[in-house]
Write a protein that binds this ligand. Structure first.
Ligand code: AVJ
Length: 327
């Protein structure tokens, strides 16, 4: 029998109507099997990602934090431009630790802006709506929970001010290159001349450094991946035994693709809603890509999608790039 869920509103839905369920079944009945890493971020996943950002091997957050700490004024002055009021929209805001550096500078310097964080995690948006006004009294914040472009449209409906879109933390890396290009194209279509983008990109570097960041010794990345199976158990009533799956990460320095897989330790069947998914021993589920770019490739992607690449900000090791693109 199909399971029925009761939403916070009291409304009931069948799990088979959930987008999460539909995407899960599509991925696990495909060959080879895959899952969408955007579903990593439930409350447990948010916490595990926090732990990851604090772990020794995961360098991107520290690099971008160094950029935002040492070059706050230069970055903010570029965003403020001629001083006209603007909407500062952040795609995938997370805990906003990095952007808070910029927000604080903008508040201290009386910049005329509204902050519109967008995130796939409901948990993240309610947290930001509650905590940011405490940390930054007087901030004009409207958190939007949902997919990037749906929420970008909503943001455009709320206001017609100049838009500055931040897409930080190498979130763009969670798309294969072709999808990233298409994403930037679509982003450009949602913007007008005068608008700009601040994008954070993880750069190609020593392959061992990259691989270690996605294969940490403590096994946080493994738990981060396994959490998606546990989330299916929690939300979709799936029957995954996570002890029957192992994590495998690889980095290809030629293409810059860093990929994560879960490998089935045994032949096994897993029930999800009305479906039974069979795994062969050693079969993989493709979980996530974290694509790395060169600086030149980043500029190239901007141009291809109709932006003018302008200022580059990077850390002292040149491991990470925050770039400004003009619409
Ligand atoms: C949040 C997408 C930037 O790909 O580096 C961290 C997520 N995955 N470790 C990344 C992640 C495994 C992270 N992003």
């Amino acid at each position: 029998a199909s399971q029925v869920l009761t939403k916070a509103t009291g409304e009931t839905t069948s799990i088979t109507d959930l987008q999460f369920y539909k995407d899960t079944i599509a991925g696990l009945t495909a060959s080879p099997k895959y899952l969408n890493s955007k579903y990593f971020y439930d409350a447990h996943g948010d916490k595990l990602f926090q732990d990851l950002m604090n772990c020794e091997e995961y360098y991107p957050t520290n690099c971008e934090m160094e950029i935002f700490t040492n070059q706050t004024a230069d970055i903010c002055e570029a965003l403020i431009g001629n001083g006209d009021a603007f909407d500062l929209i952040e795609l995938g805001a997370g805990d906003a630790t990095k952007s808070t550096k910029l927000l604080k500078y903008l508040m201290d310097n009386k910049a005329d802006f509204s902050y519109l964080p967008i995130d796939i995690s409901e948990n993240v948006i309610s947290y930001l709506n509650m905590t940011l006004p405490v940390i930054l009294p007087g901030i004009d914040i409207t958190g939007l929970n949902g997919d990037y472009f749906d929420m970008l449209k909503k943001a455009a409906d709320i206001s017609d001010k100049r838009k500055v879109v931040m897409f930080l933390g190498s979130n763009i890396g969670n798309m294969p290159v072709a999808d990233a290009e298409q994403f930037c194209n679509e982003l450009r279509k949602h913007l007008s001349p005068g608008d700009m983008v601040l994008i954070g990109v993880d750069l190609k570097k020593n392959p061992a450094t990259v691989l270690a960041a996605y294969n940490d010794k403590e096994g946080i990345t493994k738990r981060f991946n396994l959490n998606l199976l546990e989330r299916m158990n929690r939300e979709l009533g799936a029957t995954f035994d996570v002890n029957q799956f192992d994590h495998y990460a690889m980095y290809d320095p030629e293409t810059g693709a860093c990929k994560s897989y879960l490998i089935s330790g045994a032949a096994q069947d897993v029930k999800i809603g009305e479906e039974t998914i069979s795994f062969a021993k050693d079969e993989y589920i493709y979980m996530e890509i974290s694509q790395k770019y060169s600086v030149e490739q980043t500029d190239e992607m901007a141009r291809k999608s109709g932006f003018k690449p302008s200022t580059h900000f990077s850390d002292s090791k040149d491991w990470f790039l925050d770039a400004i693109w003009q619409a």
